[in-house]
Every structure is written in structure tokens, then in C-alpha cells.
Design a protein around this ligand. Structure first.
Ligand SMILES: O=C(O)CCC(=O)C(=O)O
Ligand SMILES: [Fe+2]
Length: 516
């Protein structure tokens, strides 16, 4: 018998003697059984929930794991790791400290009391209390820290809050001893706009064609071929409420003709965004002709407006981009997925609480095509995770989550497909915000859209998911982009289901039809 097994026996014996109950010693449950028997619960003098034997077993199990950490790699340890993480959090929070701080921060931000919010945020930061994704997304929204096309910062205090929120989200990688003063001075340092490659021959100036009225060679047929409405939500039924309805348009194979190989001169290649951990671009996924066809379909069928009807989402709303929600057909999805598959993470990252690790499985068919015009912004936000949308195989009904309960899929990465790059210089970028070396100062890295390229970055989890904005588009400009998600197996790792609060991530963009 091993050292720990002997110790375990001895301590159990002691515990049951202390307890004065020979009876309960016989009823000891194995360490793997999470639920104590009612008898052993009531037998405990110290707690009505946990018996001394259970405490002993738990302590020994944890000690054994500390001495043999390689055992933690075993899949069987998943629940235990998750429970241990939760316990660690509760201990660190000192019972309800974390949750009360969370609500204080939320209220202060809602009331625009940024100085108060900074004090609470600072406390959360120094105590290394990690917030939940939903809280993080709400706070970022409340900060409303949009900068304008010329880079001017609207509210410096909101920016300082945002900086601390980012640091809190990264608590595991931060050393609280390095905290300096939150003083004045510059709040954002901007890196030069990152351009994966200069413009190449053959790009199609889609925005220019739209402005000139020459997007189509001939008037588009009505109804537009190979697309049909598969889901419609009237404005008053949208949550959060919206002033406009939302329709999902399903495509049939060949709706977007894939350009034959000879006119696809380059094969896709990956390039990492410097200074933005986890973000990378895959170039040449779609040809300019394919991008054009997508915009033609969206424009012919009609991009819908999007405006929140109520609540703080309305008060702080950006001018929201018009959008076309497209449920892509399988051949198109397959082509997209095969093009990026060699470059994307093959497994979802495993987080400290044991979530993740599932295999990459596909692309969310629910594409959100956005059109931004002059000065339109998608305010700084953190994207939530989404399930795999699709049609019910038997009834044809649109399903927000179409994967089977036995094989659930959830997203872990955002995919942004840039459909045009004729955007006024250095505007309309996707801009990432990261904590810099100095507290109170964020580092902004803007990525210039490149036609046919796909930007990919982690989302949906507080560790590693990136704060970003769709930056303002310059004078007379326009940007067209598709947002969708990369899906991973979620079985056995908990579903990456965002908390209910995530549904208000961005004006109206985060609900049934749109992003966030
Ligand atoms: O348009 C962009 O550059 C960003 C869009 C975005 O962040 C989103 O759709 O979630
Ligand atoms: Fe986003």
C-alpha cells in the first residue's frame, strides 16, 4: 500500500473517531464520489454539509495531486480541476467580495462615475479577482470609449477604466507589484497601422463601384437567385428591442460562384499581427471576384438597419452598421474552412478552469455582413462565443444552435472577412487594445483591411480574448466585412455558452442576428 493510501486510511480512522461514529466510517465514499451520503452529512458536528471524512479524503486527494502533478493531465481530472479553480476563486474573493465589487463597478460605470469605478476596479486588480465574461463585456460597453476617425479620445477617464478592465481580465499574467500610479498623461499609445501587405493588382474597388452606381453590370434580378429568407424576427420581438427587423438569408450551393483555379493566383498564407497575441491574418482566402459577388448579393437583397430601441445600449449606441445576415451553404462553408484550416489553432485553448481543448470543427454558417460608412464605428468590445447556427435537417427550420447535444460545437475564435480595401487611408481598421507596460496606458494596434483576407483572433473567454473595435471610417469611405466564428468541439469541456448578459454586447448587434 502506497504512502498516501496508508495516510488516507489513518486520517479517515482519526476523523471517524473524532466524529464518534464507527457507523459513518463504514459508509465512507470513494474520493471520486462528489456527493456525501445523507448519513455522513448529518454525522458531522462541524458542518451539516460536509463530513470530516470527506474533508480528509479531499485534502489527501489534493495533496497527492500536488505531489504528482502529471496526474492532472488526465481527462478524468476535468471536474476536479474546475471545482478547485472555483474554490480558489471563492477563497480569494473572501466570500462575496468579488461579486459586490462587480456590481459596484457596474453601477458606477452605468452612472458615468468613472473615478469611483476606477477605485473599485483598482481594488479588483490588486486582489487579482477575475471577473466573469458577461461583466467584462458590460463594463467595456459602459465605458463607451470610442475614438473618432482622427484618433481623438472622447473621455480620458473612461479610457483609464478600460485600461484597468483589460488588466483585470489578464490577472494571471500580471504581477500586481508592478502597479504604478494611475496618473495623467497619454492614455493610448498607437502603433503604426499594421498592413499585412501593400495593395496588389487585381483588387476590385467595391466601395468606389458602389458610389459610382456600377456595382452590377446589369440590374440584379428580383428575387435574387439562390438566396431565400429562412428566418425573420420583427423589430418588436428582437431582444434587446430594436427599431428594425432582422432576417436571415440562406444561400443554396453556387449562390457565390467560386472563382476557378487559374484566376486564383495565390494560395492562402498566414501572417501574425505583431504585438497582438493570438491574432493573425490569412491572406488570399477569397478572390476579389468572390468578394464582389458577396457584396452584390447583400446589396441586391438589402442590408438592414440596426438601432437599439431602449436601455443603456441605446444611450451609448454607435452609429450602427447596416447588415445582411447570411446563412452560408455547405459547399461555400467547406471551401472557406478548407482554405483556413491549415493555419488556425487545431484545438481550443485550455483555460485555467479546465475549459477548452476541443478540436476545431468548422465555421459558423451565420455570417453577418456589415457595411460601415463615413464615421461609423463598432465601439470597443469583447466578442462573445456562439453556437453553430443552421437549418433543421428534417423541418428546414432555422436553428440558432444546430449541433446535436451529443456533439455540441461552440466558437472560440472570431473570423472577419474583409470584402474591400478601398477605404480612406488608415481608417476603417480593426483596432486591438492591449494593456501597455504602464498602468493607465493602453496600446492600440490597428489592422488595415485587405480584400479577401480573414482576420482571426480568440474570443469568448476572459483569458486571451481581445478587446477591439471596428474603427471609424474616414470621409466618403465605406467598409464591407463579414463577421463569423470558428467552431470547436465543446463536449466534455463545458459549453462556452456566454452568460445571458452577453446578449447586449453592442447596441443591437449581439442578439439573434448579429455579432458581439
Ligand atoms: O469591423 C471590424 O473591423 C470589427 C468587427 C467586429 O469586431 C465584430 O463584428 O465583432
Ligand atoms: Fe468584434
Amino acid at each position: 500500500m502506497g504512502k498516501h493510501a496508508q495516510q488516507l486510511k489513518k486520517r479517515k480512522r482519526q476523523a471517524s473517531q473524532q466524529n464518534g461514529s464507527a457507523q459513518s466510517a463504514k459508509k465512507l465514499k470513494p474520493a471520486t464520489d462528489h456527493f456525501p451520503s445523507p448519513e455522513s452529512r448529518s454525522a458531522s458536528p462541524s458542518s451539516s454539509l460536509i463530513s470530516p471524512e470527506e474533508i480528509v479524503t479531499t485534502v489527501l486527494t489534493l495533496e497527492t495531486l500536488c505531489e504528482n502533478p502529471e496526474l492532472l493531465a488526465n481527462r478524468d481530472m476535468k471536474d476536479l480541476k474546475r471545482a478547485t479553480f472555483a474554490l480558489h476563486r471563492v477563497i480569494a474573493e473572501g466570500s462575496t467580495l468579488g461579486s459586490s465589487l462587480t456590481s459596484k463597478i457596474s453601477t458606477a460605470l452605468q452612472d458615468y462615475r468613472f473615478t469611483d469605478a476606477l477605485i473599485f476596479l483598482f481594488e479588483m486588480y490588486t486582489r487579482r479577482l477575475p471577473p466573469k465574461l458577461g461583466a467584462l463585456q458590460r463594463w467595456v460597453r459602459e465605458c463607451d470609449a470610442t475614438s473618432s476617425a482622427d484618433g481623438e479620445i472622447r473621455d480620458p477617464d473612461a479610457m483609464k477604466c478600460l485600461d484597468l478592465i483589460l488588466r483585470i481580465a489578464n490577472t494571471t499574467s500580471q504581477d500586481p507589484r508592478s502597479i504604478g500610479n494611475i496618473d495623467g498623461g497619454s492614455i493610448i499609445t498607437r502603433n503604426p497601422v499594421w498592413v499585412a501587405r501593400p495593395p496588389i493588382d487585381g483588387e476590385i474597388n467595391i466601395w468606389e463601384r458602389m458610389q459610382r452606381g456600377s456595382l452590377f453590370d446589369a440590374p440584379p434580378p428580383k428575387p435574387y437567385p439562390n438566396f431565400k429568407a429562412v428566418h425573420h424576427v420583427p423589430a418588436h420581438l428582437r431582444r434587446p428591442r430594436n427599431l428594425y427587423p432582422s432576417t436571415v438569408w440562406g444561400s443554396s450551393p453556387d449562390a457565390i460562384r467560386l472563382t476557378p483555379t487559374p484566376s486564383r493566383p495565390r494560395s492562402p498564407s498566414r501572417i501574425d499581427v505583431p504585438g497582438v497575441p493570438g491574432a493573425f491574418m490569412v491572406l488570399d482566402v477569397f478572390t476579389p471576384e468572390e468578394c464582389l459577388q458577396i457584396v452584390q448579393a447583400a446589396e441586391a437583397i438589402g442590408l438592414e438597419k440596426d438601432e437599439a430601441a431602449e436601455g443603456s445600449a441605446k444611450m451609448k449606441t454607435s452609429i450602427l452598421a447596416r447588415n445582411f445576415v447570411w446563412l452560408a451553404d455547405q459547399p461555400f462553408l467547406d471551401h472557406f474552412y478548407q482554405s483556413i484550416l491549415p493555419f488556425v489553432p487545431q484545438a481550443a485553448p485550455i483555460t485555467v478552469d479546465g475549459n477548452g481543448g476541443g478540436k476545431v470543427r468548422g465555421i459558423n454558417a451565420r455570417f453577418r455582413v456589415y457595411q460601415y460608412t463615413e464615421n461609423q464605428v463598432y465601439r470597443p468590445h469583447i466578442d462573445g462565443a456562439w453556437p453553430a447556427a443552421g437549418l433543421d435537417k428534417e423541418t428546414g427550420e432555422y436553428l440558432h444552435d444546430s449541433s446535436s447535444p451529443e456533439d455540441p460545437l461552440w466558437s472560440r475564435y472570431t473570423l472577419l472577412v474583409y470584402l474591400n480595401s478601398d477605404i480612406p487611408k488608415d481608417t476603417g481598421c480593426t483596432t486591438f487594445f492591449l494593456p501597455s507596460e504602464r498602468v493607465g496606458v493602453m496600446e492600440a494596434t490597428s489592422v488595415r483591411p485587405i480584400q479577401g483576407a480573414v482576420l482571426c483572433f480568440p474570443h469568448g473567454d476572459t483569458q486571451g480574448s481581445l478587446l477591439h473595435e471596428g474603427s471609424a471610417v474616414g470621409a466618403d469611405g465605406g467598409k464591407l466585412v463579414i463577421r463569423t466564428d470558428l467552431l470547436y468541439e465543446a463536449k466534455g469541456f463545458g459549453q462556452f455558452r456566454p452568460p445571458a448578459s452577453v446578449g447586449v454586447a453592442q447596441g443591437g448587434k449581439a442578439e439573434e442576428g448579429l455579432g458581439g
